[in-house]
Each structure stands twice: as C-alpha cells, then as structure tokens.
Design a protein around this ligand. Structure first.
Ligand SMILES: Nc1ncnc2c1ncn2[C@@H]1O[C@H](COP(=O)(O)OP(=O)(O)OP(=O)(O)O)[C@@H](O)[C@H]1O
Length: 343
C-alpha cells in the first residue's frame, strides 16, 4: 500500500553456529510477513526469547554473524526511495541511518560517551547526517530539545550527572534529532521505574506525533503496548501468531496465546487468580511441528500438531495464525487505556 514504509516478506533470520563440527541453527525469526505504515506505532510483543529483538535487528540493518538472513526480504520506502537495508551497500545504509532510520537499542544509554559531555555525542552522531553548518546544527539541536521539554543545558552535562530516566530521554532526543521517518525502539523503558517510564513513553509518543514518523516498539510488557501502540504484532517462538489494532487484540484476541497474554495483565482491584500457561516455550533449534504453540494450547486439536496455521485475515486489519480462531474467547474484559500506563 502507498502508506507502507516498511514491508517484510516471508522473512527468515537464523543464528547458524557450528561447535566441533556439529551444526546448530536457532530459527529466531521464521517466515514473518508484515508491514508498518506511515505515522503509526507498531508494537511487537511476546515472551522472552520469542525473537522480538532478532526481528528488529533485521529492520535496523544490525545483522551480525552468527545471525543470517536465510530467506525473505525487508524493504523500506522512504518517500519513493526503496532500500533493502540487509542487502544494500554499506554506504547506502549509512546514508539512511540517523537521517531516515533511528535505532534505540536495548541499553542504548551506552551510546552516550561516559567521559565526554552530551554535546559531543550529538556532534559525533548527528552533525554529518544532518548536513548543515555547525551554527545551524546547534540551533536545530536546541530547538529539538526544547520541543521535547528538555533544557539545552543538558548538552553541557556528562552522562553520569543525569538520572537514568533523563539519560534515556536524552538518548531518544539524540536518535530523533535528524527527524527520522522510521524509529525502532527495543525495550526503551525496561530499566526504569514506573513513573519515569511513563515520562519516557509520553516523550516517544510526542516525538512520533510531531514528526509523523513510524515507530516499531518492542517490549514484553503488554501494559506498555496498551498505552503506546496503534497496532500490535504478537510473536511466539519466532513466528507472528496474531496482529491487529490494539483495541481488537485486547478486547477480542483471536489466538489463545494472545488471550493468555492479555489475561495475565494485572488490574487494579482484581484479586482473582491469573490463568497459568502450562509448559515451556519451545527450543528454537528444534521447534515442534505444526503450530509451535500447540504443546501449550488449551484448544489444540490433532491438526495443530501437523499443519502450520497461516496468518489469515479474520477481521478489519486483524490477522491470526490459529486453526481454532473461531473458538478463542477473551479470558478477561481488560481494555487498553491511552491515558495512563497500567501496572
Ligand atoms: N547471538 C546469539 N547466538 C545464538 N542464539 C541467539 C543469539 N541471540 C539470541 N539468540 C536466540 O534467538 C532466540 C530469540 O532471541 P531474541 O533475543 O530475539 O528474543 P526476544 O524475544 O527479543 O527475547 P528478550 O525479550 O529476552 O530480549 C532465542 O532462542 C535466543 O536464545
């Protein structure tokens, strides 16, 4: 579609290793197809080791051995300019980094050089991609900081002089100062306490609104998705098992795993026991046949053990990969609240 900024087609990204001649392959991203549109926040959810970080590494051109793309494609459309970041020449990727594509990594506060004032980090990363003279560069940096309710004074601070929350806000300001069209954020608030988390998320949302950028946002915390995302993709064991508008996923999930994730969210005043999910997530070096969720699924039937369910459209903008989608019922009546982070 004309509004699609990122198109991912049948993507497979595996960690391929050999120990003493024995090959081992971890299928961390296994046949994923999705698109991210202009001006939307797309959340990627799923438990630990489901492949979230690996997936967004493929979006950010951050593939390093032993991770390899073994199939499919990742393509950006930046105003008509198509680029495949994982096959393009390094110079081509360097041209879009910062200017069109920003990647806020897990623990990204470490991009701030600990022994230099913040202004040097801005100069090191953003001056060249912005491509303007120094005077104009600093005017733009200061205007950007002010728009994000940060005092330009922070430029004179050393990273250790700032609190964790402030450092993360500075990191987001740095990643977005060139006004990128696409922002990738991996667990940007995990290390922060809830109150600070709220400020950082609000800032990320503001910056997205001001610039009309697309944001892909990874966290295992469903309450953060409820407050941030326009659409959510749910990953389980390297696959996208459900995708849809945030409200639809929370009120009418159509995959049993999503129904479980939504039901396990804590709610104020709710003292009922949360339904536990039996079993362990599969080993991605030897995943189960058929639907990868079937060994833990309360609705599994014989077909689920042998046939992989396709991610099929089941409603407006809503896709699910489940043979029993028609029988999935929400396990809770939780609704997303935009105003406040539920925790
Ligand atoms: N460098 C690596 N070498 C080998 N296997 C890896 C490597 N990094 C990740 N994996 C494996 O790939 C799979 C997916 O990991 P990934 O980090 O993408 O999951 P995740 O959903 O982001 O988890 P988390 O929420 O814990 O960050 C896991 O089985 C993990 O052990």
């Amino acid at each position: 579609m004309v509004d699609d900024v990122l198109t991912v087609q049948n993507l497979k990204a595996y960690y391929q290793m050999a120990y003493f001649g024995v090959k081992r392959e971890v299928r961390a991203v296994d046949d994923i197809t999705l698109t991210v549109r202009k001006n939307e926040i797309y959340g990627i959810a799923g438990e630990s080791s489901s492949g979230k970080t690996t997936l967004i590494k493929t979006f950010a051109a951050a593939i390093r051995p032993p991770l390899r793309i073994v199939g499919g494609s990742v393509t950006y459309n930046f105003g008509g300019q198509l680029i495949e970041p994982n096959t393009a020449k390094k110079e081509e990727v360097d041209k879009i980094r910062w200017k069109h594509l920003a990647y806020i990594m897990q623990g990204s506060m470490s991009v701030l050089n600990p022994v230099r004032r913040i202004r040097h980090s801005f100069e090191d990363f953003a001056l060249r991609p912005m491509g303007v003279a120094k005077k104009e560069f600093w005017q733009r940096v200061e205007a950007h900081l002010k728009r994000l309710n940060l005092s330009p004074e922070v430029l004179n601070a050393y990273p250790h002089e700032l609190s964790g929350g402030m450092r993360q806000r500075v990191t987001i300001a740095l990643a977005t100062v060139c006004r990128p069209q696409f922002i990738i954020a991996d667990e940007p608030t995990t290390a922060l306490d809830v109150v600070v988390q709220k400020d950082v998320l609000a800032m990320l949302r503001d910056v997205q609104k001001q610039m009309g950028s697309s944001v892909v946002f990874v966290t295992h915390d469903m309450s953060v998705h409820a407050n941030m995302a326009d659409r959510i993709g749910i990953m389980y064991a390297g696959r996208l098992v459900e995708e849809g508008p945030t409200r639809a996923l929370f009120t009418a999930p159509k995959h049993p795993y999503t129904a479980h994730l939504v039901a396990s969210l804590p709610r104020i005043g709710d003292t009922t026991q949360k339904p536990a999910l039996e079993g362990q997530p599969p080993n991605l070096a030897d995943p189960p046949q058929g639907c990868r969720f079937h060994p833990r699924c309360p609705l599994a039937i014989a077909r689920c053990e042998t046939e992989v369910p396709p991610l099929a459209l089941i409603g407006a903008d809503h896709r699910t990969a489940c043979w029993r989608a028609a029988d999935v019922r929400p396990l809770t009546t939780l609704r997303p609240q935009r105003a406040e982070v539920v925790s």
